[in-house]
Each structure stands twice: as C-alpha cells, then as structure tokens.
Design a protein around this ligand. Structure first.
Ligand code: NAD
Length: 307
C-alpha cells in the first residue's frame, strides 16, 4: 500500500504528548499529524494506544504498547490491516522498575515512605531488612521484559531463574524451566516476577494453586497484564499471609477501583500501569515507526508485525 498520511491518535497522550512524536517524525516523507477519532479513516496508517473500530479502514496500525491484547486480531486479519507492536524497547525501564520494587521490599523503603507521611520515626524489626545477593527471582516470560529484568536484577546479585514454553536456555538466566514445570519453578524462590503477554494460554496463569506453591515469605511482582493473575486469589493469599507481599503495576480492572483491598495493604506496592514510562518513550516509538516506514518503501517485511 501507499503511505501518504500517518496519524498519531490522541489516545497516546496517556503515555506522552502526541505532538512530541509528530515532531520527532516530521522529517518522514509522509504527512504526519495528530488525530482524534474523526481523523482516523483519512489516514493510511495510525499510531495508537487504544483500539477503535475505524482503524480497520486504514492499512497499518502501530500499537505504542508491547501488549496488543486490546486489539481484535481476527478483525485485523479479515480487514487485511497490518498490526505492529512496540515490543523490544521496555527492557531497561521495566527492569529498573522491578529492581526498585525488590529494593523497596528488601530495604523496607516503602515502610519508611509511609511512616514519613505520618511524621513517624519507626525503625523496622531487626530481622525485617535483607539484601538481594543470594536471593533468587523466578521470571515467568523470557522476552524483552524478562531479559531486561534479568539483566537489571543480575547486576544486583540476584540469581535468575526463567520460565518459558520450551525450557531452552536464555542468556542472563542461570536456569530455565519449561512452562509445564511452573509450580516447581516458583516453589522455592524469594521473588516471582511475571512478564508474559496476556493470551488465552496465560489468562489466570497465576491462580490459587500458584500462590499456594510459592513460599510464604516470597514476593509476587506483576508487570505484565492484570488478567494473567486471578486477582481475588492473590488478595486471598495476601490476606492469609501466604505471601510476604506484592508489587503490582497492572490489574484486572484499570484504574484499580478505590474499593480494592489491595490499596490498603502495607506490603503491597501499587503503580498505575507505568512500569515502562520514560521521558524517551516517544523516541523509542518513533524509531520503530520510522524503521517500518523505511521498510515499507524498500518492500521489506514489517518489524514487530503481529497481524
Ligand atoms: P516480548 O514479545 O518481547 O516477550 C514476551 C515473551 O513471552 C516471549 O518470549 C514469548 O515467547 C513469551 N510467551 C508468550 N506466551 C507464553 C506462555 N504462554 N508462556 C510462557 N512464555 C510465553 O514482549 P515484551 O516486550 O517482553 O512484553 C511482554 C508483555 O508485558 C506484553 O505483552 C505486555 O502485556 C506487558 N508489558 C507491560 C508493560 C507495563 O507497562 N507494565 C510494558 C511493556 C509490556
């Protein structure tokens, strides 16, 4: 197809100002503009966060997220619309966020911040704080996020175990288990970190049985998608002290409802789906879009094509 008009949909504003990306791509040999819902069908390609039915009328849609679970693949296929995603860029951001969660738990920093709000000088119990070297994290999903988490935690002295479908070795992981040994892989580690995409296969992968398999003093981290976790089962495990705590960036319902008991738990760290945020986000997206515009011109296959 001919690419003449590229629209930056206003929904990307949830992550960065759309105009920043439009400026960054201004030197492309196509017209780039920021668009609302009514401008979609006038474009040949759209860069977006959210799904709209109107995008089925353009030729190419680029998701500014790695996870594309919000897009109906079959409808894209039927309409002959190309879908590309933004995997490959969130290794360092998410890796550092996860390292931050682990350091907060180990060094009790979240407790100090909570105490500070109350002007309370209160030291932890003598045996509450610990250091990371010698602990093991099991990272479930060894793609971009998983590798980024492994690299960042590896530098902090954490031993890394990975879980992937094949069980084949991955650089940065001391050992790798196949999916069918998930419960065994998470049974004896201090940290379990979820980095898989949400698919039919991974929906509620972390259920009561998984939390039951984990150590009572283990921490659970989810930076993937909310529905990879059976959230009521997680809440039950936390309330029963069957886990030490959790750091959660993603939830079954977002924004996390005010009524969720997770908000009130001392050993739960909540971040509002921003583990991958960085002031450079629009540049990372721009580089993927530029690469694909180049490829389109030379007739090469799209980078990060999903449909
Ligand atoms: P990626 O494609 O690089 O890696 C995903 C990995 O998961 C791949 O190695 C894939 O083989 C593996 N996988 C797929 N299904 C699996 C299964 N059933 N069992 C085990 N492994 C499986 O993607 P990524 O960039 O690492 O992102 C992963 C997911 O993390 C995204 O789909 C998205 O949902 C989520 N994400 C969240 C944030 C955030 O802000 N919290 C940011 C980026 C990505």
């Amino acid at each position: 197809f001919e690419l003449e008009r590229l629209g930056i949909h206003e929904s990307v504003a949830q992550v960065f100002p759309p105009a920043e990306l439009a400026d960054y791509l201004a030197d492309l040999p196509v017209a780039v503009s920021v668009i609302g819902d009514d401008g979609i069908t006038a474009c040949d390609a759209v860069v977006t966060l959210e799904y709209r039915e109107a995008v089925l009328e353009v030729d190419w849609v680029h998701s500014i997220q790695a996870g594309v679970d919000r897009f109906p693949f079959d409808a894209f296929e039927d309409a002959g619309v190309v879908l590309t995603n933004s995997t490959g860029i969130h290794d360092r951001t998410v890796g550092e966020t996860v390292a931050g969660y682990l350091l907060m738990f180990a060094r009790r920093l979240h407790v100090h911040v909570a105490n500070q709000r109350e002007r309370r000088w209160d030291r932890p119990e003598w045996d509450a704080a610990f250091t990371l070297p010698g602990s093991t994290a099991c990272v479930v999903g060894t793609g971009t996020l998983g590798k980024g988490v492994a690299e960042t935690l590896g530098a902090l002295g954490v031993d890394l175990r990975g879980v992937r479908r094949s069980g084949d070795p991955v650089p940065g992981f001391d050992e790798v288990y196949a999916n069918d040994r998930l419960l065994e892989a998470i049974a004896d580690v201090e940290f379990v970190i979820v980095t898989v995409p949400l698919t039919d296969e991974t929906h509620h992968l972390f259920d009561a049985a998984a939390f039951d398999a984990m150590r009572d003093d283990a921490y659970f981290v989810n930076v993937a998608r909310g529905s990879v976790v059976d959230e009521p089962a997680l809440i039950d495990a936390l309330e029963a002290d069957a886990l030490a705590g959790a750091a959660l960036d993603v939830f079954e319902e977002e924004p996390l409802p005010e009524s969720s008991p997770l908000w009130g738990m001392d050993e739960v760290i909540i971040s509002p789906h921003c583990a991958a945020y960085t002031r450079d986000y629009f540049r990372d997206i721009g580089d993927i879009v530029r690469e694909n515009v180049d490829r389109l011109e030379t007739g090469e296959a799209f980078h990060n094509r999903v449909v």
